[in-house]
Write a protein that binds this ligand. Structure first.
Ligand code: CA
Length: 238
């Protein structure tokens, strides 16, 4: 599966597949290319970061069980790499490995998919993660039930009545509204809301989530925020 390493010269989103099972590589490549993605493949952990740095992909599909290094350690390294720290990662885990999923989200993965998965499910995940990661693909308005967030006016409304939020609370809500029902780890929320900031710890996240909840409740909205034990928070979509 040797191939020249090069940066993408097309407008197609470039996906780096990190996977050691040849049959799965063939399947992934076939389905992604058919949808118009450019695909590069790293078949072991040592190659993965090296290739990611070389091609700067739009998205990394990262298998959890790899020879050489675990997906977890690769995920951590990518998140601390200056060039790659914002590159979206979807990790691919074995069925039923709830602990892996939680570890992955805690260590900076954007989403996960469990083996075995259908091509349709995979493509939907890839598309969704790419859309979230690219501001130009983002909708101006996010809606979850009767809760609406307008990115242009930076306003949140519950049943068309304005909800008064601080900018931090609004950003937390925005990140969760982009992915309803999806567990967002505190690390993930810190990266997305505060960016690189050593002053921000998990307690700061919890305090701001509490304020967000309070503001929503005071506006008459139900408690949209769900605590995901051992991970962080998620937004209910109803
Ligand atoms: Ca594997």
């Amino acid at each position: 599966m040797a191939q020249a390493i090069r940066k993408s010269d097309t407008n197609k989103p470039h996906v780096l597949v990190v996977e050691d099972e040849e049959a799965l590589v063939v399947l992934l490549r076939y389905n992604l290319e058919r949808e118009g993605y450019e695909v590069s493949v790293a078949m072991d952990g040592d190659d993965a970061v090296f290739m990611a740095e070389a091609i700067e992909p739009d998205l990394i599909l990262l298998d959890w069980m790899l020879p050489g290094r675990s997906g977890l350690s690769i995920c951590r390294e990518i998140r601390t790499n200056r060039k790659l720290k914002t590159t979206p990662i979807i990790m691919v885990t074995a069925r039923g490995e709830e602990r892996d999923m939680i570890q992955g989200l805690k260590n900076g993965a954007d989403d996960y998919i469990r083996k075995p998965f259908s091509p349709t499910e995979l493509l939907a995940r890839v598309e969704a993660v790419l859309r979230r990661s690219d501001p130009e693909r983002e909708a101006d308005r996010l809606e979850v039930g009767e809760l609406a967030l307008d990115r242009n006016s930076v306003q949140v409304e519950w049943q068309k009545h304005p909800v008064s939020l601080s900018l931090t609370e609004l950003r937390l809500l925005e990140v969760m509204m982009e992915r309803p029902n999806h567990a967002c780890s505190r690390d993930f929320l810190i990266t997305r809301v505060w960016g690189e900031n050593d002053e921000v710890d998990f307690r700061t996240v919890d305090v701001n989530i509490r304020r967000l909840r309070q503001a929503l409740t005071e506006a008459g909205a139900p408690d949209f925020v769900r605590t995901v034990r051992g991970v962080g928070y998620a937004l209910r979509d109803g």
